[in-house]
Design a protein around this ligand. Structure first.
Ligand SMILES: [Zn+2]
Ligand SMILES: [Zn+2]
Length: 233
């Protein structure tokens, strides 16, 4: 493809997927859009990636009070106007080619780029939603991440048994209640003793990812980490 790139470039000049500005490179955002993204800062809690004071311990208060069952969250960006646009276009705009760029941004934040011994598992959609949308945006990210890291894509390791209502406005107990039994591990996927990177597009309250982590651990997974494109902080 490299040999053809100048030709393709001349015929279809690359444009920024957000604002349409011409790009010098072959993909990615223009400098102006890139400059508006915000990234999880340092120092951050080493488990949940929320910002913490540089003087204190390396974990936030809520993780110290009640440690999460996963072993850490990697987020490419903070959820704001620009990252939201990218997520919406990936999700509803059928701009599935964005997945490659977004996965590269996630991979850049991983402490370890080689995930050859890991399984990459997307947060599942209910089959009706999958059918309507035609794809699971988290699975697209997981597939690209598998290509970048050498991890094994296990696209259906988790199953969502029912559609869950919007979790916004619910408190923690109500969210857990709404998700009770909604997500389980596929009984025939070999998850026991594996290390799993759970892949999500946006991590909001963490209730859905927590249900996924619980289901994976119940299936005998040794360790779960979470990789997401945008983190609501
Ligand atoms: Zn732009
Ligand atoms: Zn924390």
């Amino acid at each position: 493809m490299q040999a053809l790139a100048p030709l393709i470039d001349a015929v279809y000049p690359q444009r920024c997927p957000l604002c349409g500005a011409m790009l010098a490179g072959y993909d990615g955002l223009c400098g102006a859009c890139w400059g508006q993204l915000s990234f999880p800062g340092d120092p951050a809690c080493d488990l949940c990636a929320t910002p913490i004071s540089p003087e204190g311990p390396n974990r936030c208060e809520s993780c110290m009070a009640e440690p999460p069952r996963h072993r850490g969250i990697v987020a490419a960006t903070c959820y704001d106007a620009v990252s939201r646009q990218l997520v919406l276009r990936l999700k509803h705009g059928r701009q599935t080619a964005l997945a490659a760029m977004m996965a590269r941004m996630i991979a850049a934040r991983l402490p370890e780029r080689n995930l050859a011994s890991w399984a990459l598992v997307p947060v599942p959609l209910h089959r009706w939603r999958l059918w309507r949308r035609g794809y699971n945006q988290s699975a697209l990210l997981a597939r690209e991440l598998a290509g970048l890291t050498g991890g094994t894509l296990m696209v259906d390791a988790l199953i969502r048994h029912r559609r869950t209502p919007s979790l916004g406005g619910l408190d923690r107990a109500e969210r857990a209640q709404a998700l009770q039994g909604a997500i389980t591990a596929h009984p025939r996927r070999l998850l026991r003793d594996r290390r799993v990177m759970l892949v999500d597009d946006v991590l909001t309250s963490g209730a859905t990812s927590q249900a996924c982590v619980d289901a994976l651990l119940a299936a005998g997974v040794r360790e779960v980490r979470i990789a997401c494109f945008a983190r609501v902080i």
